[in-house]
Structures are given as structure tokens and as C-alpha cells.
Write a protein that binds this ligand. Structure first.
Ligand code: TTP
Ligand code: MG
Length: 357
């Protein structure tokens, strides 16, 4: 049986948080705008959540320490994060998009996949539909977005990022490999910084390099993920667009090779777990409020201890700091620790429930 042809959109709002702020404050028009921590004359802690394209011209980027952003562009308008407002706008946008698709999947706060296979008969009609969606989002919200169109989610997502802001990129099936080949390997979903480095170590920089690589070499080096990467490099992705179940928590734990009462070693392990949890949080574009740690002593006595922050965050430093604070009470020189774990929960987006380990 021949495979059903699909037409998938991925839509990503342009510089979302700052775009909403600019809409609310027309006086910011044309100025560099940065949403994130208070720079405190260049001495503030924390990072840039996002910035508009004027600020990007100065080299400012999401995730950059706010002190560095200040060095690059002290004249920018710096704003605190107003999650409540962005979530409200996000929900309104998702309601507009949902009605255009057979199947709909929100992804993070400002992105969505739409399966429009039965709404349009070919890519030309799909392009017309994409223009219509962009126009409606702009009319109703005064915000712009970029759309990628292809026959699967993977390529549609990469395509939406291709001509930002305000882009519309169509990649038909026969153009997929040519489109992907020159792009850096990290553009493939799930390829994080660590994997990117490991790939670079064996001479793989672009998606094209990855596609040319022998599948057995990749599966030997990366296991199941290697096979998956090989498929992705050829632009193959059969995953369906589906309303995502809500991730309830993300956690990691580690059992020490030998029970330990070495505080440095425990805290180091805790930091590494926080980093792993955070990679998942970032990949899923989630924001959390609650951090919980788990400690198991050598006699298997187990404690969990959590803290709900007074603010929503997606920052690694908040996670690390809170986990370390919670751990303090359990570090005792007379008790050896067998296992530690870190969990984040209380996320802001999604509907149903699921735990992601
Ligand atoms: P993105 O869609 O990655 O970024 P963006 O919409 O700001 O810019 P672009 O035009 O390139 O799409 O993320 C959506 C929102 O999520 C963003 O406006 C702010 C927030 N965010 C963070 O808080 N921290 C981050 O590190 C990133 C990447 C995004
Ligand atoms: Mg965006």
C-alpha cells in the first residue's frame, strides 16, 4: 500500500515575548527590546528570554547572560517577563490555528504543528492557506509568524525557521534532502549541544554530512539514537501531529557507584542532574515552578523535598540553586548517600498528563 501523502505546517511566532510587548507599547517601535532579567546597570544576574530583531543586530540572543546583553546593547528597552500576558496571547493564537487543521499540536508557548492534508489538495493550495492563516493571526493579534510547510513535522519545523521573521518556506518531498544538506546538524530535533559536539568530533557538521554517514557507524556510536539521526538526516519522520499530552514532570536520578558522604561529589552530581533535566525542559520549551529533590541514604531511607518558586522560570541557574538549597539539610557527615534525584514540575502549558523520564 502506498503511503498516504501528508501536508504539515509548522508555525512559529516571531520574537514572541518582545513582539507582544511591542504591541502593548507602541512607543518601543524601532527600538531594541529585551525581555528577561533586570540588567541592573550591567551587573544583573539571569539571562535573556528573548529579544526583538533590532536587538539581535547587536548580537543579543536568547539564553545569553543579561550582563553580556548589556555590554552589547545598553540602550535597549529591558523588560521583566510577563508570563501571564504571553500565555493569554498564546492561547488566543492557538484557538485561531486549531480551526484550520484536521490535527493540531501545540509545541511550546509560541509554536504549533497543523496537519492540513485533507484541507488542501496540493502544496500550491497549502501555500495559499498559509498566507490566509498568517493574515488572520496578524489581523486579530497584530503579531507576525513564520510558517514551514512540508510532508512531515521534522522538515516543516526546520522550514519555519529558515526565513524568519515573517517567513513562509515550502519544502516539497523531492527537495527535502537538498534543503537539509547544508544546514548544521543541530537543526534536527533532539540533537543537543553534547551530541552536536560528539558528531563534530567525528567530522560531522551538517545534516548532509550526517546523511552520507554509514548507518552502522552511527548506531555503533549512538545506539538507537544513531539510527534515528540517520533517518532524520534524510528528512524521514513518520510521527503524527497529535494534541500533546501534558508532561507532568521531568526527572533524573543517579545511584552512586559507592555510597558517599563527600558533599562536593553529591553537589556535583546534583548539578549534572539539573543540567540534564534542564536540557529536556528547554527542548520541550517548558517553564516550571516547582523543584523537588530526592535523597536515598545507604540504609534505603528515602526523602523527597520540594519547593515551589514564587515565579515561573525556565532557567538552569534557578533549578541548580533551588536543588542545592533543598539538598543542604540532607548533607550529613555521619550518613552516606546512595542516590540523588532532581525533578521539575508545575509546568505552564499542555493539556493531558504524562511523566517523562
Ligand atoms: P522561540 O520561538 O525560540 O523564540 P522567539 O519567538 O523569541 O524568536 P523567533 O523569532 O526566533 O522564533 O521562543 C519562544 C519564546 O520562548 C520566546 O519569545 C521567549 C521564550 N524563550 C525563553 O524564555 N528562553 C529561551 O531560551 C528561548 C529560546 C525562548
Ligand atoms: Mg518563536
Amino acid at each position: 500500500m502506498s503511503e498516504r501523502k501528508r501536508i504539515i505546517f509548522h508555525l512559529d511566532m516571531d520574537h514572541f515575548f518582545t513582539a507582544v510587548e511591542e504591541r502593548e507599547h507602541p512607543e518601543f517601535k524601532g527600538k531594541p527590546v529585551i525581555v528577561g532579567a533586570d540588567p541592573k546597570e550591567g551587573k544583573g544576574r539571569g539571562v535573556v528570554s528573548t529579544c526583538n530583531y533590532e536587538a539581535r543586530k547587536f548580537g543579543v540572543r536568547s539564553g545569553m547572560p543579561i550582563s553580556r546583553a548589556w555590554k552589547l546593547c545598553s540602550e535597549a528597552v529591558y523588560l521583566p517577563i510577563n508570563y501571564e500576558l504571553y500565555i493569554k496571547v498564546s492561547n488566543e493564537i492557538m484557538d485561531i490555528l486549531r480551526k484550520y487543521s484536521d490535527k493540531f499540536e501545540q509545541w511550546g508557548i509560541d509554536e504549533a504543528f497543523l496537519d492540513v492534508s485533507s484541507k488542501v489538495k496540493d502544496f500550491a493550495e497549502a501555500e495559499t492557506l498559509a498566507h490566509k492563516i498568517k493574515a488572520e493571526v496578524y489581523d486579530k493579534q497584530k503579531l507576525t509568524c513564520s510558517i514551514g510547510i512540508s510532508s512531515n513535522k521534522l522538515v516543516a519545523k526546520i522550514a519555519s525557521d529558515f526565513q524568519k521573521p515573517g517567513g513562509l518556506t515550502v519544502v516539497q518531498e523531492e527537495q527535502v534532502e537538498k534543503f537539509l544538506a547544508p544546514l548544521p546538524a543541530r537543526k534536527l530535533l533532539w540533537i543537543g549541544r553534547k551530541t552536536e559536539q560528539r558528531l563534530a568530533d567525528i567530522g560531522i557538521k551538517t545534516i548532509g554530512d550526517l546523511a552520507r554517514c554509514d548507518r552502522t557507524v552511527l548506531s555503533e556510536a549512538f545506539g538507537v539514537m544513531g539510527t534515528q539521526m540517520c533517518l532524520m538526516a534524510h528528512g524521514i519522520d513518520r510521527s503524527e501531529v497529535e494534541e500533546r499530552s501534558r508532561i507532568k514532570s521531568i526527572s533524573r536520578d543517579v545511584t552512586f557507584e559507592k555510597d558517599t558522604s563527600d558533599f562536593d561529589c553529591v553537589l556535583q552530581a546534583l548539578d549534572e542532574l539539573s543540567e540534564e533535566v534542564h536540557e529536556d525542559v528547554a527542548r520541550q520549551q517548558l517553564h516550571f515552578k516547582t523543584v523537588t529533590i530526592r535523597v536515598r541514604y545507604e540504609n534505603f531511607e528515602t526523602h523527597t523535598h520540594g519547593k515551589t518558586l514564587p515565579f515561573i522560570t525556565n532557567r538552569l541557574e534557578d533549578l541548580k540553586k533551588t536543588a542545592r538549597e533543598l539538598m543542604r539539610a540532607y548533607l550529613r557527615s555521619d550518613r552516606k548517600i546512595r542516590l540523588v534525584g532532581v525533578r521539575v514540575s508545575n509546568f505552564i502549558s499542555g493539556e493531558k498528563q504524562k511523566a517523562l523520564m
